[in-house]
Design a protein around this ligand. Structure first.
Ligand code: NAD
Length: 297
């Protein structure tokens, strides 16, 4: 069994640590906020005082923090992983961040012969708890192969998509498809409602055809129940779409629909719904059309 360092004990990090402990690994943890640390220690992890201290004690280190600046702070910043890690260590960043930052972090670590894999996840808290996340990776095949048995404790599907940064490009592609799919379902159900057709029956009628999707199956029932409890928050999706647009601009790819979805989410955030589930996109369309999507019977 391995000794694993884990940095970032939020909604996702805590259950992921618990699954590593359940699999019999020793886990050394750190977070800038004490609440998550206490929960991980209660589950059997050992706490240390900094990311540097995590890296001093472990040659396999996972980070799971909100966004690019947090990854840079935890790995490259003062008292960060880079200061404590030994040559040959393997750092796996499972946060969803800008792929250009993944490449930057990988290059800085390589100067000290520290290896790096970006490995963002999809599936949210329920799948983090079950240990059935989808994990999309970027890095060298040998590093991926070494990390694979550890990632399998947290995920049902673990795929190497290419070099460093490819994991986050894949995650951004995922987030574009999800955002635009929710917007399309919203636009369609608002049309049905205002045209006098029960949106529940529209959902039932079309979900088995070409328009059907996992996103529609998960989010249309929430829209019909007028439930905007997250799930996945608008604010986090805004972060992902901003990263998608930065990545698109970096390689010269216009993302016109992603830009529109981002501005729909901007509007919802201004309306106080930044912490609502991303299915609250339907509320934007409802406001335009002055109609409410809901179950009619
Ligand atoms: P979170 O905000 O709940 O947790 C992040 C944790 O990182 C916090 O406890 C915070 O204190 C800690 N942190 C921040 N900066 C730090 C630093 N410099 N050093 C140490 N700890 C630091 O976020 P989350 O929901 O757990 O998400 C983590 C990542 O996973 C994000 O990139 C998110 O986009 C991605 N993700 C989240 C979900 C979801 O449903 N929540 C699903 C898939 C992917």
């Amino acid at each position: 069994m391995a000794k694993i360092g884990f940095i970032g004990l939020g909604i996702m990090g805590k259950p992921m640590v618990k699954n590593l402990l359940k699999a019999g690994h020793e886990v050394v943890v750190y977070d800038v906020v004490p609440a998550g640390v206490q929960e991980a220690v209660a589950a059997g992890a050992k706490a240390v005082a900094s990311s540097k201290a995590v890296a001093e004690q472990c040659v396999f280190i996972i980070t799971m923090v909100p966004n690019s600046p947090h990854v840079k702070a935890a790995i490259l910043g003062p008292n960060g992983v880079l200061e404590g890690a030994k040559a040959g260590s393997l750092v796996v960043d499972m946060s969803s961040i800008d792929p250009t930052v993944s490449k930057e972090v990988g290059a800085e670590l390589a100067k000290k012969k520290i290896r790096f894999v970006d490995a963002p996840v999809s599936g949210g808290e329920p799948k983090a708890i079950d240990g059935t996340l989808s994990i999309m990776c970027g890095g060298k095949k040998a590093d991926f192969d070494e990390a694979l048995p550890i990632m399998k404790c947290m995920g049902a599907s673990v795929v190497l998509c290419g070099e460093i940064g490819a994991g986050n490009v894949t995650k951004l592609a995922n987030q574009i498809v999800v955002a635009l799919n929710i917007a399309a379902v919203s636009e369609a159900l608002v049309l049905a409602t205002k045209a006098g057709v029960d949106p529940q029956l529209v959902f039932e009628a079309i979900k088995g055809g070409l328009a059907g999707s996992t996103v529609m199956n998960a989010k249309a029932p929430m829209m019909l129940d007028r439930n905007i409890k997250p799930g996945f928050r608008i604010n986090l999706h805004i972060k992902d779409l901003d990263n998608a647009m930065a990545a698109g601009h970096a390689v010269g790819v216009p993302l016109p629909l992603t830009g529109q979805a981002r501005e729909i989410m901007t509007s919802l955030k201004v309306d106080g719904m930044g912490d609502a589930d991303h299915s609250a996109i339907v509320r934007f369309y409802e406001k335009l059309a002055q109609v409410e999507v809901k179950k009619q019977s």
